[in-house]
Design a protein around this ligand. Structure first.
Ligand SMILES: [Zn+2]
Length: 186
């Protein structure tokens, strides 16, 4: 999908309907909606299969990299929220620990190697039109590398907490910035 044909409303509607999934990934038969364990879920209509689709959020990880009391943000070069700012973060790959995800994403998006200084907080994100997410954020410091935007970031900038841009892409990122500021009195 290109930014030109990105339709946020359509994606939100699709997300609300099991992300548009209609066929069983195990046998290819159509799904039906069925109440299972107190929630409407998708179940395969092929009785010899009976696959159930559990609509789970996707875990993502990132880092709050602070240098001289300034926080590192990236400007998104892709949809959703293209040209809005956010914390450098991304979806976890299969077999990856969230700490590895955070380190990898920081290198890809900002060119920096980071040292993780511990878990900061975990957030539930429901305002991404593609999927619901669980955002795992670490505190981090710069360990090396050269600051240059890459991957799906077009800018990577350290901001004073008083000068954080208004356009922060996701509620969980806005909350994390506010929480960080209040927790460390910045
Ligand atoms: Zn099936």
């Amino acid at each position: 999908m290109t930014s030109h044909d990105f339709d946020e409303k359509l994606l939100f509607e699709r997300k609300a309907h099991f992300c548009g999934f209609r066929f069983c990934p195990q046998c290819g038969s159509p799904f039906m909606e069925k109440e299972i364990d107190g929630r409407v879920r998708l179940q395969c209509t092929n009785e010899s299969c009976n696959y159930i689709y559990y609509h789970n959020p996707i875990p993502a990880a990132g880092a709050m990299v602070v240098r001289d009391n300034n926080i590192l943000l990236v400007k998104r070069s892709v949809q959703p929220k293209m040209d809005w700012w956010c914390l450098p973060a991304g979806f976890m790959e299969w077999n990856e620990h969230p700490a590895q995800t955070a380190i990898r994403e920081l290198r890809e998006e900002t060119g920096l190697d980071i040292h993780l200084d511990g878990l900061f907080e975990v957030y539930s994100g429901e305002d991404d039109p593609r999927t619901n997410a669980v955002l795992i954020l670490y505190r981090a410091s710069v360990a090396g590398g050269t600051l240059r935007p890459g991957d799906d970031a077009r800018e990577a900038v350290f901001f004073a907490f008083d000068a954080i841009p208004d356009k922060i892409a996701f509620v969980s990122h806005r909350q994390a910035l506010a929480d960080y500021r209040s927790r460390f009195s910045l």
